[in-house]
Structures are given as structure tokens and as C-alpha cells.
Design a protein around this ligand. Structure first.
Ligand code: NAI
Length: 251
């Protein structure tokens, strides 16, 4: 691929060369938000057949995944409460989410988000599911061990706390997968072709490669890019052909 640029950074510690594709811009910008939003709704409806309109949906985590899951639920007519810890992404942490929500979705990538104490505060028939990090966000063990809530209320846990957008449906749309999986192919080709080119450690894909992956999908969306003029490019400190963001810019 033309326009290879230097690797972003290398972290010592590993004994082998590795490429972190999980934090690629195209994954964060497309795959994470767009991958989950439709299958989450599909999964909830497929598994429970509830009407989402009029329900209160509480989404834990206000990142790429959380924001889009919240938007999708709102699109179906739910009122949304979002909880968060990050002052940039989420200005509030709402304990009442567990008490008010009919539908609770974890999207944080963090552990211990919905615990026994939260289950005990939930509304009757609350639907609880996770689209974040595998199975650590919801304390399923507590639920199994307590075999029903003391207050006599019920809740519905989807896919045993694992990813509901995958477990309850056919998975993420293939177009979205296609904006992320080429990163893995590019990384594998690089590792195979140039094992001696980079120092041992964890590297990131260059921005230019991410841009190429994204650009390959634009025609399907009927998007045509505007080209920087010869005057604009140097004004912005860029090449007309990219990369269009500095390496330090994180999405
Ligand atoms: P992100 O970092 O953009 O968002 C996570 C958000 O959760 C952040 O705003 C963070 O401040 C917040 N958070 C962390 N701990 C919290 C806590 N204790 N309480 C409330 N909020 C908390 O990450 P992104 O891209 O949204 O990904 C989130 C998770 O979703 C990751 O674990 C990722 O692997 C997973 N994921 C799942 C997919 C699926 O198909 N189900 C697809 C893509 C990502």
C-alpha cells in the first residue's frame, strides 16, 4: 500500500512483535458504534418481544458503543438514562438508572457494573443485557447464587450477561465488520512480510492505513471526498493525500 508512515509508538514488555488493531480509528469510529446499535435492538426484541417505546432504558457507559446504543433505543421511543465516569464523555453517574430503567444495557468495557445490590433495586421485569466487555460487566454469578430476588420481583437477563448483540441475533452487519477486519489483515501481512522492520513491542496501524480502509468503503455509501487545494493543504499542515489527522490525534 502506498504512503506507509512510521509506526505510532512502541510499548516495551512483550517478547514478540504485535500490532494493536483493536484501537484502530476505523474500529472506534465505525465498528464499535455502528456494529452494536442495530443488533442490540434486534437482540432485545428477538429475545423478549417487548415494545421498547415508552420504556426507560438505562445505558451504562457513554463511549462509542454506549452513545449509539442509547440513540438506537431512543429511536424506538425509549426514554434514556446514561451513566458514566468520564468527565469528558459523561457528566453524570446516575444511581437511579438501576431503579428507573426497564431496560439496562452495559457498554463500559469495565467490570462490576451491575451487581447484586443493583439487581435488588430493579423494577419488576427489567431486561438486563451487555454489549460491552464479554461477561464481566454483569454479576451473573450473584444472580445464579441468589436464584431469584428477595423482593419477589423478576428480571430478564439476556445471553447470560455476554454480548447480547451477538448472542441474541445474527451478529453485527457485515458492512460494519468490513470497516474493521481489514485492519487485521493489514497487520498480519505486515507482521509476516516485515518481521525485522519494527522493534519488539506493541505497535499501532498508521493513520494512513486506517484512512485507506475507510476510503475503500465510501463508494458503497455514495460518498465522494472533497480534495484539499494546493493552498489549503499546507495551511493545515497536511499532504493532499493524507493522513488527514496528526498521529497524536486520537478519535
Ligand atoms: P469507550 O472507551 O469509548 O467507552 C466506554 C465508556 O464507558 C467510557 O466513556 C468510560 O468512561 C465508561 N465507563 C468505564 N467504566 C465505567 C463505569 N464503571 N461506569 C460507567 N461508565 C464507565 O469504549 P467503546 O468503544 O464504547 O467500547 C466499550 C466496550 O464495548 C468495550 O469493552 C468494547 O470491547 C466493547 N465492544 C463491543 C462490541 C460488540 O459487538 N458487543 C463491539 C465493539 C466494542
Amino acid at each position: 500500500m502506498a504512503g506507509r508512515v512510521t509506526w505510532l509508538r512502541s510499548i516495551s514488555g512483550l517478547k514478540v512483535l504485535a500490532i494493536n488493531v483493536n484501537d484502530s480509528v476505523t474500529k472506534g469510529k465505525f465498528y464499535n458504534p455502528c456494529g452494536c446499535q442495530e443488533p442490540l435492538i434486534h437482540g432485545i426484541k428477538w429475545a423478549t418481544d417487548v415494545m421498547i417505546a415508552g420504556k426507560v432504558a438505562a445505558v451504562a457507559g457513554c463511549g462509542h458503543v454506549g452513545k449509539r446504543c442509547a440513540q438506537a433505543l431512543r429511536g424506538f421511543g425509549a426514554c434514556i438514562i446514561i451513566t458514566g465516569i468520564d468527565p469528558i464523555n459523561a457528566p453524570q453517574a446516575a444511581m437511579e438508572a438501576y431503579q428507573e430503567g426497564n431496560i439496562l444495557v452495559t457498554t463500559t468495557g469495565c467490570t462490576d457494573i451491575i451487581l447484586g445490590q443493583h439487581f435488588e433495586q430493579m423494577k419488576d421485569d427489567a431486561i438486563v443485557c451487555n454489549t460491552g466487555h464479554f461477561d464481566v460487566e454483569i454479576d451473573v454469578k450473584w444472580l445464579d447464587e441468589n436464584n431469584g430476588l428477595k423482593n419477589g420481583l423478576c428480571n430478564i437477563l439476556l445471553t447470560e450477561g455476554q454480548l447480547a448483540n451477538l448472542g441474541c441475533t445474527m451478529g453485527n452487519p457485515s458492512f460494519v465488520m468490513s470497516t474493521s477486519l481489514p485492519n487485521q489483515v493489514l497487520a498480519q501481512i505486515e507482521l509476516w512480510s516485515h518481521p525485522d522492520k519494527h522493534p519488539v513491542g506493541v505497535h499501532f496501524l498508521p493513520k494512513k492505513w486506517n484512512e485507506a480502509v475507510s476510503e475503500a468503503h465510501l463508494h458503497k455509501l455514495n460518498v465522494k471526498l472533497t480534495k484539499l487545494t494546493d493552498k489549503q493543504a499546507p495551511y493545515r499542515g497536511l499532504s493532499r493525500d493524507g493522513p488527514f489527522k496528526a498521529d497524536h490525534y486520537c478519535h
